[in-house]
Design a protein around this ligand. Structure first.
Ligand code: NAD
Length: 359
């Protein structure tokens, strides 16, 4: 066994079907009585049900959460926190809503109960990305780690089939990079492999039958595991590329992850044989890069960056930004290889791990 360091993160996780019914008790356990419910405008209805569930422990709703946690939205929400005298937040939604709860916690220290309804994984991380004047900056601090996470399978049934596939592959990306992280450790690697396997078997079922509760349960379980990986160890080339494409070219988060992942894996394959073996084992295939591409196809997700708005003439600039301050990566990040990777991702070519780069 190689030497390692493992940092456990302090959070309470409640997982199951119908677990929302335990919300008021969870808020009570945190010693809170005035919970403010957070959501996006699209999830107002679900937020109202959450407020009902809180009974006299709920003080109101704030349903203007937005993608990439703009500071103007946080400042507006902070005024509502003060007006209502909230003593905790309950975020229901995906990474956008959870980001708002974290941003409020950073400024106030208010405890957070989070009810995730996508597979993005933010609920398990001490990471917050905030956008000011169009620039997103990310920080890692335990102050933003949610105290309590309630996973309720029922609340994920409404996540549209398309979004379920891309959000699930976004989760897989965390586990893939955890397996070759510089600070990887045996506990997180176990969670990563199990997380990839749970999502790989459930996402195609959900694509065909979004109301399949067993598959939804497996996917949410996988998302928890993968989110834990993201919270515990450092990410590499794949996440850097996705941050570049999201931040500088305004490409949608989960779709970008879905398209780039097979190509990032093909790039890193020669430098991370043990990780590739484990990813392949979790996917049930010999070639992890091709396997991830085929999974995206199976869930009817986009597989080419040009489908979601990147243009050929953007590739050069994307390479330049992505290679400027690269994250640590198992294989050296060099411009020529990244250009090739992005050119193939642009048109949606099926990659191969064997060649160490795309075919
Ligand atoms: P999202 O939160 O932006 O949600 C996308 C849309 O789907 C929203 O309109 C939302 O209201 C809707 N939605 C969510 N769940 C639904 C459901 N069950 N039924 C119907 N509609 C539903 O998407 P996301 O991919 O979860 O999050 C992306 C954001 O989260 C990005 O800004 C990303 O950077 C951030 N993120 C942060 C971390 C972290 O650790 N800090 C981790 C992952 C993602």
């Amino acid at each position: 066994m190689q030497p390692f360091v493992y940092n456990g993160l302090p959070s309470r996780v409640v997982f199951g079907q119908g677990t929302l019914s335990g919300l008021a008790a969870e808020v009570e356990q945190l010693d809170c009585r005035r919970a403010l419910v957070l959501a996006t405008p699209q999830q107002q209805e679900q937020a109202r049900k959450v407020l009902e569930q809180l009974g006299d422990r709920g003080v109101g709703l704030y349903t203007e959460a937005a993608m990439h946690t703009p500071v103007e939205v946080t400042e507006h929400a902070m005024r509502v926190v003060e007006e209502l005298g909230a003593d905790c937040t309950v975020a229901i939604g995906g990474g956008s809503t959870i980001g708002l709860g974290k941003a409020i916690a950073l400024r106030t220290g208010l405890p957070q109960v989070v009810i995730p309804t996508t597979y993005a994984g933010s609920e398990m991380t001490p990471i917050l990305g905030e956008t000011r004047d169009g620039i997103k900056t990310t920080q890692r601090t335990l102050e933003v780690l949610p105290e309590t996470v309630i996973y309720d399978v029922d609340l994920t049934l409404s996540l549209p089939a398309g979004m379920s596939g891309t959000s699930g592959i976004n989760a897989i990306a965390h586990a893939v990079e955890a397996l070759y992280a510089r600070d990887r450790n045996p506990v997180i690697s176990l969670m990563a492999e199990e997380g990839i396997a749970a999502l790989a078997r459930s996402l195609p079922v959900i694509a065909a039958d979004p109301g399949n509760v067993q598959a939804r349960s497996d996917a949410l379980y996988g998302a928890w595991l993968c989110g834990s990986c993201l919270g515990a160890v450092g990410m590499s080339l794949h996440h850097k590329l996705c941050h570049t494409l999201g931040g500088s070219f305004d490409l949608p988060h989960a779709e970008t992850h879905t398209i780039v992942l097979p190509h990032a894996v093909a790039y890193n394959a020669p430098a991370a044989p043990e990780a590739m073996m484990r990813i392949g084992r979790a996917l049930g295939c010999d070639d992890p890069a091709a396997g991830l591409f085929d999974l995206a196809k199976a869930v009817v997700a986009p597989t080419a960056l040009e489908e979601i708005g990147l243009r050929q003439e953007d590739v050069e600039r994307a390479v330049e930004i992505a290679t400027r301050n690269p994250y640590w990566n198992p294989r050296e990040v060099e411009a020529k290889g990244i250009h090739r990777l992005l050119s193939h991702a642009l048109v949606g070519r099926r990659p191969s791990s064997e060649e160490g780069t795309d075919r």
